[in-house]
Write a protein that binds this ligand. Structure first.
Ligand code: PPY
Length: 297
């Protein structure tokens, strides 16, 4: 069962990342309407693998992914892909000559809107924003409602699939825009690409908060020479000011040091969930293509 669930519909950035991580020649791709639906499908064993976005270079963490991993599912992270993100402003082809003052709404995923805040303030200052579950869903709604004069923000692949006109390319507010995607589910390795590195992801919850508590966690890794590439706090949702910490530890032949650091922080009361140890890939090195066949719909 080589089925991969991803945040769909076809044409999303997650779809492009899924094609790179799980080539169509070896895997069956299944679109889901939301990030929770992807993670739940994997957790329930309906599919073997899932792909979701976890962090963006401009907007930061995808909170929904983090929160669902903590509170709703127990899935293993099995891979990571750093993928280049270029946002585009797209419109139904019959409206492509409209003056921007006639656009009534911009639709997109919250992350995509957030990555283009300065662009929107400058070019579409008073436009209403409608958040939907993905960029390709935004493109679909624009394509199916030409009379509404809506515009969408998303990847060119979504524009191709839904036959939209690209009004403006590369509209994100900062260059070097990348999103980190994770694969979750059963153990897996890429059929042809060589990883650029390896990581272990942990979920750490302090027993109580006291001065230096977080320092004590971090120092357990630092004194063993373990590089922590990311630490992300998310509310426990139980009490204001209490957090879960997502920690990514770079892993290169230091697995025993990571295990020793985890044992040390557990010994004084931290709860630690091992989210996964997995290979990391860069899209440029996978040699994939992010072109999609827009004959399928
Ligand atoms: O909606 C999409 O296309 C997604 O895959 C989520 C997303 C949105 C913006 C940047 C990266 C991922």
């Amino acid at each position: 069962m080589n089925e991969v669930a991803y945040l769909g519909p076809r044409g999303t950035f997650t779809y492009e990342a899924t094609q790179a991580l799980f080539p169509k020649t070896d895997f069956q791709h299944t679109p889901c309407n939301s990030i929770p639906d992807v993670l739940t499908a994997v957790d329930q064993g309906e599919v073997a693998y899932g792909v979701v976005p976890v962090e963006n270079a401009i907007e930061g963490s995808v909170n929904l992914t983090h929160d669902w991993l903590v509170h709703h599912v127990h899935v293993q992270v099995t891979g990571e892909l750093i993928y280049p993100i270029k946002q585009n402003l797209m419109i139904h082809t019959q409206n492509r000559m409209l003056s921007p003052s006639r656009f009534t709404q911009v639709l997109s995923h919250p992350q995509a809107i957030a990555q283009c805040q300065s662009y929107l303030r400058k070019h579409l200052p008073n436009i209403d924003v409608t958040y939907v579950d993905s960029t390709a869903e935004a493109a679909r709604q624009v394509a199916e409602n030409p009379e509404e004069n809506w515009v969408a923000i998303g990847p060119q692949s979504a524009g191709k699939i839904y036959h939209l006109s690209i009004l403006s390319t590369d509209i994100q507010d900062y260059p070097n825009n990348f999103t980190r995607f994770i694969a979750v589910g059963k153990p897996w390795s890429h059929p042809s690409a060589t990883p650029s590195g390896k990581k272990s992801s942990l979920l750490v919850t302090l027993p109580t908060d006291f001065p230096g508590a977080l320092y004590r966690v971090l120092s357990s890794f630092a004194k063993r020479g373990v590089n922590l590439s990311r630490i992300e706090s998310r509310p426990t949702k139980r009490k204001l000011g209490t957090y879960h910490f997502f920690i990514d530890a770079e892993q290169e032949s230091n697995e025993l040091d990571i295990i020793a650091a985890v044992d040390e922080i557990k010994a004084w009361g931290c709860q630690v969930r091992h989210l996964g140890s997995y290979p990391c890939y860069f899209f440029e090195k996978i040699g994939g293509t992010n072109r999609v066949d827009n004959r399928e719909r």
